[in-house]
Design a protein around this ligand. Structure first.
Ligand code: ZN
Length: 278
């Protein structure tokens, strides 16, 4: 036991040591990946600079426009920048599997973006930013495979990420009238972080959590009871507005099967292979 403790202490000391030794980050707009092993010696430093001369521009932050136009975030968060992955980021991605995917991707997003609180991201914005990191890191081409719905033949496809269409949020999207009760609802969109590991049942039970007010009433108990008692048509509208918002990046692609020419839809999914040079 004592032994284990001392190892942890050693590791902590070592970590503190490196952070003290590491030079403070140079240009703030540059990729602030973990460059703690930068040579201290001036000759080594300039040699390294020479080797990296063509890379600096490629590692820069790029400003992007979120599909939500930043409307669900504090005002300062409307301009968001993304940088490509570094070697260190890639290392954490290499250990990604289906179980830790959400955590790893959240860490990556936190490291590669600025101007936004990652924990507040809505699902469409989060997906969009992950695609951006992918595109900046490995380029526009993304290879995927999809079996034809008609003849079953496996089609190898190359998707140009930049061609995926983006629908931007309409400003008045969160306020609308319900069809049957004819009451005006003001919704608050779910954050991606709220939807992790949530099953359909609890999602539906928690519908009231995503409603700011109905006709000026914001008491959550009243709203919960209203949902229970109003028509299913009202509830259906609420559900769609809250959970299937009409903004974000296209995550499907249509193609014609190379064998039978059948038009087939391929989903561009995020999995452990998403962040690899294809
Ligand atoms: Zn086919």
């Amino acid at each position: 036991m004592n032994n284990e403790k001392s190892i942890i202490d050693l590791a902590r000391e070592a970590q503190e040591g490196t952070s003290q030794d590491s030079p403070t980050a140079s240009a703030p707009e540059m990729n602030s990946g973990n460059f703690s092993n930068v040579p201290q010696d001036a000759d080594m430093q300039s040699a390294l600079e020479g080797l990296l001369e063509n890379v600096h521009d490629k590692l820069k932050y790029v400003e992007v426009s979120l599909p939500s136009k930043g409307l669900f975030y504090p005002k300062s968060d409307s301009r968001v920048s993304v940088r490509p992955l570094t070697f260190d980021d890639e290392r954490s991605l290499r250990n990604m599997n289906t179980d830790n995917m959400v955590t790893v991707l959240t860490t990556i997003l936190g490291a590669c973006t600025k101007g936004i609180d990652i924990s507040l991201l809505t699902p469409p914005d989060r997906l969009f930013l992950l695609f951006k990191v992918r595109e900046l890191s490995y380029g526009d081409d993304y290879k995927l495979e999809q079996n034809c719905e008609e003849c079953g033949v496996k089609n190898s496809l190359t998707l140009k990420l930049s061609t995926l269409e983006i629908d931007y949020l309409e400003e008045d999207y969160t306020v609308f009238e319900l069809p049957d009760s004819q009451k005006e609802v003001h919704i608050k969109p779910p954050r991606a972080s709220q939807l992790v590991n949530v099953d359909m049942d609890s999602l539906m039970n928690d519908l009231f959590k995503y409603i700011h007010s109905i006709s000026g009433v914001s008491d959550s108990t009243v709203i919960e009871e209203f949902i229970r008692r109003t028509t299913v048509r009202d509830v259906d509208v609420l559900r769609n507005k809250i959970f299937i918002p009409p903004y974000g990046m296209e995550d499907k692609l249509m193609f014609n099967c190379m064998k039978c020419n059948q038009a087939t839809k391929a989903a561009v999914v995020l999995n452990e292979y998403f962040f690899t040079a294809s």
